[in-house]
Write a protein that binds this ligand. Structure first.
Ligand SMILES: Nc1ncnc2c1ncn2[C@@H]1O[C@H](COP(=O)(O)OP(=O)(O)OP(=O)(O)O)[C@@H](O)[C@H]1O
Ligand SMILES: [Mg+2]
Length: 361
Protein backbone atom coordinates (compact mmCIF):
# COMPACT_ATOMS: atom_id res chain seq x y z
CA UNK A 1 0.00 0.00 0.00
CA UNK A 2 1.56 3.29 -1.09
CA UNK A 3 0.65 6.92 -0.63
CA UNK A 4 -2.94 8.00 -0.33
CA UNK A 5 -4.72 10.63 -2.34
CA UNK A 6 -7.97 10.15 -0.42
CA UNK A 7 -8.89 7.88 2.48
CA UNK A 8 -11.70 6.34 0.47
CA UNK A 9 -9.16 5.22 -2.13
CA UNK A 10 -7.59 2.88 0.44
CA UNK A 11 -8.78 -0.64 -0.32
CA UNK A 12 -9.83 -2.31 2.87
CA UNK A 13 -9.54 -6.11 2.60
CA UNK A 14 -12.66 -7.92 1.42
CA UNK A 15 -14.34 -10.23 3.95
CA UNK A 16 -13.69 -13.21 1.63
CA UNK A 17 -9.95 -12.62 1.56
CA UNK A 18 -10.04 -12.18 5.30
CA UNK A 19 -11.22 -15.71 5.88
CA UNK A 20 -8.85 -17.42 3.50
CA UNK A 21 -5.67 -15.74 4.69
CA UNK A 22 -3.49 -16.61 7.60
CA UNK A 23 -2.27 -13.80 9.79
CA UNK A 24 -5.21 -11.87 8.44
CA UNK A 25 -5.88 -10.10 11.71
CA UNK A 26 -2.60 -8.25 11.46
CA UNK A 27 -3.19 -7.57 7.82
CA UNK A 28 -6.60 -6.08 8.53
CA UNK A 29 -5.13 -3.97 11.26
CA UNK A 30 -2.49 -2.65 8.85
CA UNK A 31 -5.11 -1.79 6.26
CA UNK A 32 -7.23 -0.05 8.85
CA UNK A 33 -4.20 1.89 10.08
CA UNK A 34 -3.44 2.95 6.52
CA UNK A 35 -7.05 4.03 6.03
CA UNK A 36 -6.91 6.07 9.22
CA UNK A 37 -3.60 7.67 8.29
CA UNK A 38 -5.00 8.78 4.95
CA UNK A 39 -8.17 9.99 6.63
CA UNK A 40 -6.06 12.08 8.97
CA UNK A 41 -4.07 13.63 6.13
CA UNK A 42 -7.32 14.54 4.42
CA UNK A 43 -8.83 15.92 7.60
CA UNK A 44 -5.78 17.96 8.60
CA UNK A 45 -5.60 19.61 5.18
CA UNK A 46 -9.29 20.54 5.15
CA UNK A 47 -9.34 21.58 8.79
CA UNK A 48 -6.38 23.91 8.23
CA UNK A 49 -8.00 25.49 5.18
CA UNK A 50 -11.77 25.33 5.35
CA UNK A 51 -13.50 25.72 2.01
CA UNK A 52 -15.69 28.72 1.16
CA UNK A 53 -18.89 28.09 -0.76
CA UNK A 54 -20.87 30.46 -2.91
CA UNK A 55 -24.41 29.20 -2.35
CA UNK A 56 -27.27 31.19 -0.82
CA UNK A 57 -30.64 30.52 0.74
CA UNK A 58 -32.50 31.41 -2.48
CA UNK A 59 -30.81 28.45 -4.19
CA UNK A 60 -32.75 26.11 -1.90
CA UNK A 61 -36.38 25.11 -2.11
CA UNK A 62 -37.49 24.81 1.53
CA UNK A 63 -40.00 21.99 2.06
CA UNK A 64 -40.72 21.57 5.76
CA UNK A 65 -39.20 21.49 9.24
CA UNK A 66 -37.93 18.05 10.29
CA UNK A 67 -36.12 18.90 13.51
CA UNK A 68 -35.82 21.61 16.15
CA UNK A 69 -32.93 22.24 18.47
CA UNK A 70 -31.91 24.75 21.06
CA UNK A 71 -30.48 27.19 18.53
CA UNK A 72 -31.57 25.78 15.24
CA UNK A 73 -34.34 24.56 12.99
CA UNK A 74 -33.58 21.78 10.52
CA UNK A 75 -35.54 21.89 7.27
CA UNK A 76 -35.84 19.46 4.44
CA UNK A 77 -34.66 21.41 1.42
CA UNK A 78 -34.03 20.77 -2.24
CA UNK A 79 -30.88 21.93 -3.96
CA UNK A 80 -30.69 21.15 -7.67
CA UNK A 81 -33.25 18.39 -7.14
CA UNK A 82 -31.29 16.76 -4.34
CA UNK A 83 -32.85 16.54 -0.88
CA UNK A 84 -30.73 17.92 1.93
CA UNK A 85 -31.24 18.66 5.62
CA UNK A 86 -30.67 22.39 6.05
CA UNK A 87 -29.72 23.32 9.61
CA UNK A 88 -30.65 26.97 10.07
CA UNK A 89 -28.96 28.57 13.05
CA UNK A 90 -29.88 31.95 14.48
CA UNK A 91 -26.79 34.10 14.93
CA UNK A 92 -28.41 36.10 17.67
CA UNK A 93 -29.20 33.06 19.83
CA UNK A 94 -25.68 31.73 19.39
CA UNK A 95 -24.15 34.99 20.59
CA UNK A 96 -26.63 35.34 23.43
CA UNK A 97 -25.86 31.85 24.76
CA UNK A 98 -22.09 32.17 24.18
CA UNK A 99 -22.02 29.37 21.62
CA UNK A 100 -19.93 31.11 18.95
CA UNK A 101 -16.85 28.90 19.42
CA UNK A 102 -19.00 25.75 19.33
CA UNK A 103 -20.71 26.67 16.06
CA UNK A 104 -17.46 27.63 14.37
CA UNK A 105 -15.97 24.36 15.51
CA UNK A 106 -19.05 22.37 14.36
CA UNK A 107 -18.72 23.77 10.86
CA UNK A 108 -14.95 23.54 10.68
CA UNK A 109 -14.97 19.90 11.78
CA UNK A 110 -17.95 18.88 9.63
CA UNK A 111 -16.47 20.31 6.46
CA UNK A 112 -13.27 18.36 7.04
CA UNK A 113 -14.55 14.90 7.99
CA UNK A 114 -15.69 12.12 5.73
CA UNK A 115 -17.04 8.86 7.14
CA UNK A 116 -19.84 6.56 5.97
CA UNK A 117 -21.73 6.63 9.28
CA UNK A 118 -21.58 10.39 9.83
CA UNK A 119 -23.80 12.89 7.96
CA UNK A 120 -21.69 14.77 5.49
CA UNK A 121 -21.73 18.51 5.12
CA UNK A 122 -22.56 19.43 1.54
CA UNK A 123 -22.64 23.24 1.81
CA UNK A 124 -22.30 25.90 4.45
CA UNK A 125 -23.09 29.60 4.10
CA UNK A 126 -24.44 32.57 6.03
CA UNK A 127 -26.56 35.67 5.55
CA UNK A 128 -27.43 38.68 7.68
CA UNK A 129 -29.25 36.78 10.42
CA UNK A 130 -28.46 33.09 10.03
CA UNK A 131 -25.80 30.45 9.58
CA UNK A 132 -26.62 27.45 7.42
CA UNK A 133 -25.31 23.90 7.33
CA UNK A 134 -26.68 21.90 4.38
CA UNK A 135 -26.26 18.27 5.41
CA UNK A 136 -26.77 14.98 3.68
CA UNK A 137 -30.41 14.03 4.45
CA UNK A 138 -30.73 10.89 6.61
CA UNK A 139 -34.08 9.80 5.23
CA UNK A 140 -34.71 6.90 7.63
CA UNK A 141 -35.59 9.09 10.62
CA UNK A 142 -34.35 9.32 14.18
CA UNK A 143 -33.24 6.23 16.07
CA UNK A 144 -34.87 7.85 19.11
CA UNK A 145 -38.32 7.66 17.52
CA UNK A 146 -37.88 4.10 16.27
CA UNK A 147 -36.42 3.03 19.62
CA UNK A 148 -39.32 4.54 21.57
CA UNK A 149 -41.61 2.56 19.33
CA UNK A 150 -39.86 -0.81 19.77
CA UNK A 151 -38.82 -0.07 23.45
CA UNK A 152 -35.56 -2.02 23.27
CA UNK A 153 -33.33 -3.83 20.80
CA UNK A 154 -32.08 -7.42 20.83
CA UNK A 155 -28.38 -7.83 21.57
CA UNK A 156 -27.73 -8.64 17.89
CA UNK A 157 -29.39 -5.39 16.90
CA UNK A 158 -27.51 -3.41 19.54
CA UNK A 159 -24.26 -4.96 18.31
CA UNK A 160 -24.95 -3.92 14.72
CA UNK A 161 -25.64 -0.30 15.74
CA UNK A 162 -23.04 0.10 18.43
CA UNK A 163 -20.31 -1.40 16.25
CA UNK A 164 -20.86 1.47 13.83
CA UNK A 165 -20.52 3.92 16.70
CA UNK A 166 -17.26 2.21 17.71
CA UNK A 167 -15.93 2.72 14.16
CA UNK A 168 -17.04 6.35 14.25
CA UNK A 169 -15.23 6.93 17.55
CA UNK A 170 -12.13 5.16 16.26
CA UNK A 171 -12.15 7.51 13.25
CA UNK A 172 -12.87 10.70 15.20
CA UNK A 173 -10.38 9.99 17.96
CA UNK A 174 -7.69 9.20 15.42
CA UNK A 175 -8.27 12.72 14.11
CA UNK A 176 -8.07 14.04 17.72
CA UNK A 177 -11.77 14.91 17.75
CA UNK A 178 -13.81 14.32 20.91
CA UNK A 179 -17.50 14.04 20.01
CA UNK A 180 -19.01 14.66 23.49
CA UNK A 181 -22.60 14.37 22.34
CA UNK A 182 -23.18 10.65 22.05
CA UNK A 183 -26.84 9.83 22.74
CA UNK A 184 -29.73 8.12 20.99
CA UNK A 185 -31.15 11.49 19.92
CA UNK A 186 -28.21 12.24 17.62
CA UNK A 187 -28.33 8.94 15.77
CA UNK A 188 -30.29 8.90 12.51
CA UNK A 189 -30.98 6.18 9.96
CA UNK A 190 -29.96 6.28 6.33
CA UNK A 191 -32.36 4.70 3.84
CA UNK A 192 -30.42 1.41 4.02
CA UNK A 193 -30.81 1.06 7.81
CA UNK A 194 -27.17 1.97 8.52
CA UNK A 195 -26.50 4.86 10.90
CA UNK A 196 -25.80 8.52 10.30
CA UNK A 197 -24.51 10.39 13.33
CA UNK A 198 -25.41 14.09 13.40
CA UNK A 199 -24.99 17.20 15.61
CA UNK A 200 -21.33 18.10 15.98
CA UNK A 201 -21.98 21.23 18.05
CA UNK A 202 -20.04 19.83 21.00
CA UNK A 203 -17.31 18.17 18.95
CA UNK A 204 -13.86 19.56 19.55
CA UNK A 205 -10.35 19.04 18.29
CA UNK A 206 -8.44 18.45 21.51
CA UNK A 207 -4.93 17.11 21.79
CA UNK A 208 -4.77 17.44 25.57
CA UNK A 209 -7.14 17.50 28.46
CA UNK A 210 -10.17 19.71 28.23
CA UNK A 211 -12.44 21.08 30.93
CA UNK A 212 -15.75 22.38 29.56
CA UNK A 213 -18.82 21.01 31.28
CA UNK A 214 -21.05 19.96 28.39
CA UNK A 215 -23.18 17.06 27.26
CA UNK A 216 -26.42 15.45 28.39
CA UNK A 217 -26.72 14.58 32.13
CA UNK A 218 -27.39 10.82 31.71
CA UNK A 219 -24.34 10.39 29.48
CA UNK A 220 -21.80 12.51 31.38
CA UNK A 221 -18.66 10.76 32.54
CA UNK A 222 -17.79 11.31 36.24
CA UNK A 223 -14.67 13.33 35.38
CA UNK A 224 -16.78 15.82 33.41
CA UNK A 225 -19.04 16.32 36.42
CA UNK A 226 -16.18 16.76 38.87
CA UNK A 227 -14.39 19.18 36.55
CA UNK A 228 -10.94 17.62 36.92
CA UNK A 229 -10.37 17.66 33.16
CA UNK A 230 -11.03 14.92 30.65
CA UNK A 231 -10.02 13.45 27.30
CA UNK A 232 -11.56 11.33 24.53
CA UNK A 233 -12.35 8.56 27.00
CA UNK A 234 -15.56 10.42 27.91
CA UNK A 235 -16.91 9.20 24.56
CA UNK A 236 -16.26 5.60 25.66
CA UNK A 237 -18.11 6.21 28.90
CA UNK A 238 -21.05 7.54 26.84
CA UNK A 239 -20.73 4.46 24.63
CA UNK A 240 -21.20 2.28 27.72
CA UNK A 241 -24.35 4.23 28.61
CA UNK A 242 -25.65 3.95 25.04
CA UNK A 243 -25.10 0.18 24.87
CA UNK A 244 -26.84 -0.27 28.20
CA UNK A 245 -29.77 1.91 27.19
CA UNK A 246 -30.32 0.29 23.80
CA UNK A 247 -30.23 -3.21 25.28
CA UNK A 248 -32.23 -2.45 28.45
CA UNK A 249 -34.70 0.18 27.29
CA UNK A 250 -33.60 2.52 30.08
CA UNK A 251 -30.43 4.18 31.20
CA UNK A 252 -28.21 2.93 34.11
CA UNK A 253 -28.09 6.14 36.19
CA UNK A 254 -31.41 7.69 35.24
CA UNK A 255 -33.57 9.70 37.62
CA UNK A 256 -36.19 12.39 37.21
CA UNK A 257 -34.02 14.75 39.24
CA UNK A 258 -30.88 15.71 37.26
CA UNK A 259 -28.93 16.24 40.49
CA UNK A 260 -29.71 12.65 41.47
CA UNK A 261 -28.45 11.50 38.06
CA UNK A 262 -25.11 13.13 38.86
CA UNK A 263 -25.00 11.50 42.30
CA UNK A 264 -25.72 8.12 40.73
CA UNK A 265 -22.98 8.60 38.15
CA UNK A 266 -20.46 9.65 40.78
CA UNK A 267 -21.38 6.67 42.95
CA UNK A 268 -20.74 4.57 39.83
CA UNK A 269 -22.70 1.47 40.81
CA UNK A 270 -25.46 0.08 38.64
CA UNK A 271 -27.36 -3.14 38.06
CA UNK A 272 -27.83 -4.81 34.73
CA UNK A 273 -31.09 -6.49 33.68
CA UNK A 274 -31.11 -10.28 33.95
CA UNK A 275 -31.58 -10.76 30.23
CA UNK A 276 -28.16 -9.19 29.47
CA UNK A 277 -25.65 -11.83 28.36
CA UNK A 278 -22.56 -12.13 30.56
CA UNK A 279 -20.37 -10.81 27.71
CA UNK A 280 -22.55 -7.74 27.32
CA UNK A 281 -22.49 -7.07 31.06
CA UNK A 282 -18.72 -7.50 31.06
CA UNK A 283 -18.21 -5.01 28.21
CA UNK A 284 -20.48 -2.44 29.84
CA UNK A 285 -18.55 -2.74 33.10
CA UNK A 286 -15.29 -2.26 31.23
CA UNK A 287 -16.63 0.92 29.63
CA UNK A 288 -18.38 2.36 32.68
CA UNK A 289 -15.18 2.53 34.72
CA UNK A 290 -15.21 5.61 36.92
CA UNK A 291 -11.47 6.08 36.57
CA UNK A 292 -10.56 6.92 32.96
CA UNK A 293 -7.23 5.14 33.49
CA UNK A 294 -9.15 1.86 33.83
CA UNK A 295 -11.67 2.46 31.07
CA UNK A 296 -11.78 0.39 27.88
CA UNK A 297 -10.95 2.53 24.88
CA UNK A 298 -8.47 4.48 26.97
CA UNK A 299 -6.00 1.69 27.75
CA UNK A 300 -2.83 0.78 25.89
CA UNK A 301 -4.67 -1.03 23.07
CA UNK A 302 -7.12 1.82 22.62
CA UNK A 303 -10.29 1.02 20.74
CA UNK A 304 -9.00 -2.47 19.87
CA UNK A 305 -9.83 -3.64 23.40
CA UNK A 306 -13.45 -2.95 22.54
CA UNK A 307 -13.33 -4.35 19.00
CA UNK A 308 -11.69 -7.54 20.26
CA UNK A 309 -14.00 -7.98 23.25
CA UNK A 310 -15.92 -11.28 23.36
CA UNK A 311 -19.27 -9.59 22.92
CA UNK A 312 -18.08 -8.46 19.49
CA UNK A 313 -16.49 -11.80 18.53
CA UNK A 314 -19.05 -12.35 15.74
CA UNK A 315 -18.52 -8.86 14.31
CA UNK A 316 -16.78 -8.61 10.96
CA UNK A 317 -15.58 -5.01 11.23
CA UNK A 318 -14.43 -4.68 7.64
CA UNK A 319 -17.74 -6.00 6.25
CA UNK A 320 -19.57 -3.62 8.51
CA UNK A 321 -17.51 -0.68 7.28
CA UNK A 322 -18.25 -1.72 3.71
CA UNK A 323 -21.96 -2.07 4.54
CA UNK A 324 -22.00 -5.73 3.59
CA UNK A 325 -24.01 -6.81 6.61
CA UNK A 326 -27.77 -6.70 6.29
CA UNK A 327 -29.28 -4.08 8.57
CA UNK A 328 -31.80 -5.45 11.11
CA UNK A 329 -34.30 -2.69 10.33
CA UNK A 330 -34.75 -1.03 6.97
CA UNK A 331 -36.84 2.15 7.23
CA UNK A 332 -39.92 1.95 5.05
CA UNK A 333 -39.26 3.75 1.79
CA UNK A 334 -41.60 6.58 0.77
CA UNK A 335 -42.67 7.06 4.37
CA UNK A 336 -42.36 10.33 6.26
CA UNK A 337 -40.01 9.43 9.13
CA UNK A 338 -39.75 12.88 10.70
CA UNK A 339 -42.34 14.56 12.91
CA UNK A 340 -44.17 17.67 11.82
CA UNK A 341 -43.40 21.00 13.48
CA UNK A 342 -44.96 24.45 13.40
CA UNK A 343 -43.47 26.32 10.50
CA UNK A 344 -42.13 29.81 11.00
CA UNK A 345 -41.15 32.37 8.40
CA UNK A 346 -37.46 33.22 8.64
CA UNK A 347 -36.83 36.85 9.43
CA UNK A 348 -33.85 38.60 7.92
CA UNK A 349 -32.09 41.66 9.33
CA UNK A 350 -31.33 44.56 6.98
CA UNK A 351 -27.63 44.48 7.76
CA UNK A 352 -25.17 41.73 8.56
CA UNK A 353 -25.34 40.75 12.23
CA UNK A 354 -22.14 39.91 14.15
CA UNK A 355 -19.77 40.06 11.15
CA UNK A 356 -16.63 39.66 13.26
CA UNK A 357 -17.95 36.85 15.45
CA UNK A 358 -18.87 34.75 12.43
CA UNK A 359 -16.12 35.88 10.09
CA UNK A 360 -14.74 32.36 9.97
CA UNK A 361 -18.03 30.64 9.27
N1 LIG B 1 -28.76 15.23 8.30
C1 LIG B 1 -29.98 15.15 8.81
N2 LIG B 1 -30.96 14.47 8.17
C2 LIG B 1 -32.20 14.42 8.71
N3 LIG B 1 -32.56 15.01 9.86
C3 LIG B 1 -31.64 15.69 10.53
C4 LIG B 1 -30.31 15.82 10.04
N4 LIG B 1 -29.61 16.54 10.93
C5 LIG B 1 -30.46 16.87 11.90
N5 LIG B 1 -31.70 16.38 11.67
C6 LIG B 1 -32.88 16.52 12.52
O1 LIG B 1 -32.83 17.74 13.21
C7 LIG B 1 -32.73 17.55 14.63
C8 LIG B 1 -31.86 18.62 15.22
O2 LIG B 1 -30.58 18.59 14.62
P1 LIG B 1 -29.25 18.67 15.47
O3 LIG B 1 -29.28 17.62 16.50
O4 LIG B 1 -28.10 18.72 14.54
O5 LIG B 1 -29.36 20.06 16.07
P2 LIG B 1 -29.71 20.54 17.52
O6 LIG B 1 -30.01 19.45 18.48
O7 LIG B 1 -30.64 21.63 17.28
O8 LIG B 1 -28.38 21.08 17.85
P3 LIG B 1 -28.13 22.33 18.61
O9 LIG B 1 -28.35 21.89 20.03
O10 LIG B 1 -26.75 22.47 18.14
O11 LIG B 1 -29.02 23.46 18.18
C9 LIG B 1 -32.18 16.12 14.75
O12 LIG B 1 -32.51 15.56 15.98
C10 LIG B 1 -32.87 15.43 13.60
O13 LIG B 1 -34.20 15.13 13.92
MG1 LIG C 1 -29.14 17.54 18.63
Amino acid sequence: MGNCSTASSVELPSPESQQSQTGNENENENEINMYLKCAKQEFDAKYAQPSKQMVKLEDFELERTIGMGMFSRVMLAKYENKLLALKIIEKHAIVEYAQVECILSEKRILQAINFPFIVSLVYSFKDNSHLYLALEFASGGEMFVHFNHVKKFSEDQVRFYVAQIVLILEYLHYLSIIYRNLKVEEILFAADGYLKLTDFRLAKVAHDRTFTLCGTPEYLAPEIITGIGYNKSVDYWALGILIYELAAGFSPFQDEDPMKVYTNILRGTFNTPQHFSSDLTDLIHKLLQSRPANRYGNLQNGVNDIKNHKWFSSMDWVSLFKKRIKAPYIPEADKEHYETYDEKQLTHAETELYPTEFENF
